[in-house]
Design a protein around this ligand. Structure first.
Ligand code: SF4
Ligand code: SF4
Length: 715
């Protein structure tokens, strides 16, 4: 089997094993999330006046919060309402409280894996950021912009600027998007004044005089006669079984015994409401409703009314309810009618009658079919209760409605696109640098012919990598990015997670492609900010004339394997626990040295300083033996198609100059290059392309010169 194929199979087997471990550690299906233990305490902290919590609701999943009987607001988890992942790729789980006016009462962080807040800046700045939402309204446009937040007065046009967090830009933008979207969803579903425009609107200009009979014939006033036999069928027992249902059924027109004789009608269209109530009452009713509210008349005769005896005006009925498209629609008594029943012109007298209202934000569309539901919950004896539900459908003709022209509101750009637009200058500078670097590698032989120029260029590029890519744009790639990628492959790949940081995205894309052209060295030798720090340390060692430690070849080979072991442990741990993996990833000193610029607690600083100090004695000590990212790139780099670094037949034997000059010891005894370790500094190519440096060239020149002298002497 050829070497390339064997490497391909080995590498494929490695990543397949990693994916298998990951998959086996994932739950087979998404499980219902249990409420965290601290949920109640957190709700209490958000709503200090809370005396009781209502029953958790499902649509949307919120917990109503009360002070005695007064509704204070709603508490809900962001992960129940939004699947936007954080920068880590895992969701940020927030407990949010909004009051009945749609103002944020408070936000608590239940769980997150944002690396910068976990192990970098600490959680303090995250909490400070989130605290800014308290008192803000969901109706406001909240924008994260520290510059404007510092200078802007209180918003007058509904736009509010809040402070971001330096070095955690992506994480706070994600939190902002999550908070605004979930709070708006809840407000739209639960609060007045947050409703979306109606899809259909009643044509109030359309009126046709109709009497009761005509309304009934058109089914605009719907009669629903619920027979005792239907009820018994629903309950599965005879009515005689239920002491609560000791009723005297009346015989209906069709000869069946009636349990309840219901009438109901959607009142908003003048052709229905005005004909049923009369002009004055209809006008009074329509004037009393809030804009966008729908009104439904429910009335009945018969032995079993649709409201319980102790039904209080203005409340929500339990026996009767409404649904549309399978979803419940809240109805509440308007208290418009008194207890004296309902008598419509030319219609029957109905003993029980209520007008119920449906809030505009309930999502109810009057042009669509609706269902009236009759719910029975009755005692069979002291121990057993039985339930049954009955439903009747109601549809009005389309011509009673007009479609509402919903003004096309331009959807905001997705978060990743806004970030890319904001960072267009950084992106452009990076792209130019990458194009230049690519050109250098393509024309590396021509470029290395001028060794002084080349060395200057390399150091210039390395300083750019450290200053611009590392410190300024925070573009240090890390093994943590590999976790995110592998987890995304298992959980369902979503490229938007990766687009949230354009610099990291571009660098990874570039590095990934370059791996197949030049191997891992292009990144490690040119684009890794911590790699540059180590080169600087090495340079300092030369200036200070520090003697380099020579590790015996066998031991060196063995030590090199450590980084692969570290990689396997780290990736494996990510599928056991992301938190553990993130802590283990601290073996990379990148966060301390580059992200935090050494402003961090002392153990991290000491660890990083020790690694750099080790680099004074062993060139790029961390890269050689410990770096899991370098190991991962080396594995992928085995697929590189070309071997760009040219060799001469004399390389290795007899000449060993390149091997001696290769600071990272990636030239084998036979002169071949160990591409797993080579950082593509191109030093060996400089030697090869400069006649005044290549020992073979020099010796050949010497021989040629000697021959010329000999020829001259003979002559
Ligand atoms: S081995 Fe690691 S630290 Fe060294 S240059 Fe490569 S990625 Fe950077
Ligand atoms: S000297 Fe040559 S072999 Fe050694 S790291 Fe640089 S490019 Fe690679």
């Amino acid at each position: 089997m050829c070497n390339w194929v064997r490497q391909f199979l080995l590498t494929t087997a490695f990543w397949a094993a990693v994916l298998l471990v990951m998959m086996s550690s994932q739950p087979a299906a998404a499980m219902e999330k249990p409420l965290p233990d601290n949920m109640k305490a957190s709700i209490q902290a958000i709503f200090p006046k809370v005396t009781r919590l209502g029953e958790p609701e499902q649509n949307p999943p919120v917990v109503p919060v009360y002070q005695l009987n007064e509704l204070l607001g709603y508490a809900f988890r962001s992960t129940d309402l939004s699947n936007l992942p954080g920068f880590s790729g895992d969701p940020i789980d927030l407990l949010v409280g909004i009051d009945t006016q749609g103002k944020f009462v408070g936000v608590h962080v239940l769980n997150h894996h944002e690396p910068i807040f976990m192990h970098g800046l600490g959680e303090g700045p995250m909490f400070d950021f989130i605290y800014q939402y308290t008192g803000r309204s969901v109706k406001e446009r909240i924008i994260v912009d520290s510059r404007r937040a510092a200078s802007a007065d209180e918003s007058s046009n509904g736009t509010v600027y809040i402070d971001g967090v330096t070095k955690a830009t992506v994480s706070v933008l994600v939190i902002n998007d999550i908070l605004l979207s979930v709070a708006l969803k809840v407000a739209r579903a639960k609060l007045e004044g947050f409703e979306q425009a109606e899809p259909s609107r009643v044509r109030l200009d359309l009126y046709e005089a109709l009497d009761w009979q005509q309304l009934h014939q058109r089914d605009w006033v719907r009669r629903w006669s619920l027979a005792t036999e239907d009820v018994e069928k629903g309950l599965g027992e005879s009515l005689a079984t239920y002491p609560d249902l000791e009723i005297t059924p009346v015989r209906g027109e069709d000869g069946r015994l009636l349990f309840s004789d219901l009438y109901y009608a959607y009142l908003n269209p003048p052709s229905i409401g005005q004909n049923l109530l009369g002009v004055d009452e209809y006008t009074r009713l329509m004037a009393s409703r809030k804009p966008g509210e729908h009104l439904l008349l429910v009335a009945s005769n018969g032995p079993y009314p649709y409201v319980e005896e102790d039904f209080r005006p203005g409340t929500v009925p339990t026996r009767v309810g409404m649904s549309q498209n399978g979803l419940p629609v809240d109805i509440r008594d308007t208290d418009f009618l008194d207890d004296s029943g309902f008598q419509s012109a030319q219609g029957p007298y109905l003993e029980h009658a209520h007008i119920f209202r449906i809030k505009e934000q309930a999502g109810f569309d009057p042009a669509q079919p609706l269902n009236l539901n009759f719910n029975l919950d009755v005692n069979r004896n002291h121990l057993i209760r039985d339930q049954a539900s009955f439903s009747d459908s109601y549809v009005l003709p389309e011509y009673l409605f007009e479609k509402v022209e919903v003004a096309e509101v331009a959807a905001p750009d997705p978060l990743w696109l806004r970030i890319w637009k904001d960072r267009v200058v950084d992106i452009s500078v990076l792209m130019i640098a990458l194009v230049i670097l690519t050109g250098l590698f393509i024309w590396q032989h021509r470029m290395t012919r001028h060794s002084t120029w080349f060395h200057r260029f390399r150091w210039g590029f390395l300083l750019f990598t450290l200053g611009f890519v590392g410190f300024y744009t925070q573009g240090q790639l890390s093994v943590v990015n590999i976790y995110t990628l592998l987890l995304a492959l298992v959980d369902g790949f979503d490229i938007t997670i990766f687009l949230l940081d354009p610099i990291i995205f571009l660098l990874w894309t570039y590095v990934f492609i370059s791996l197949f052209l030049w191997g891992r060295g292009l990144f490690c030798g040119w684009l890794c900010p911590f790699g540059v720090m180590q080169e600087l340390t090495s340079k300092a060692a030369k200036l200070l004339k520090i003697r380099q430690l020579k590790i015996a070849e066998q031991r060196h080979q063995l030590l090199q394997k450590i980084k692969y072991l570290v990689l396997v442990v780290l990736v494996g741990s990510a599928f056991y626990s992301l938190s553990v993996a993130e802590q283990l990833a601290e073996i990379e000193p990148f966060k301390t040295a580059v992200t935090m610029a050494f402003v961090r607690s002392w153990p991290f600083v000491v660890y990083t300083a020790l690694l750099l100090a080790a680099g004074l004695y062993i060139h790029k000590f961390f890269c050689r033996y410990l770096c899991p990212l370098g190991a991962g790139l080396a594995i992928l780099g085995r697929f590189s198609v070309f071997k760009w670094l040219q060799r001469r037949k004399e390389c290795g034997a007899p000449c060993k100059l390149c091997k001696v000059r290769c600071e990272i010891d990636s030239i084998n005894r036979d002169g071949s290059i160990d591409y797993d370790e080579c950082v593509q500094c191109l030093e060996c190519i400089v030697i090869l392309n400069n006649a005044d440096q290549c020992a073979i060239e020099l010796s050949q020149q010497k021989q040629r010169k000697s021959r010329r002298i000999a020829v001259k002497q003979v002559a």
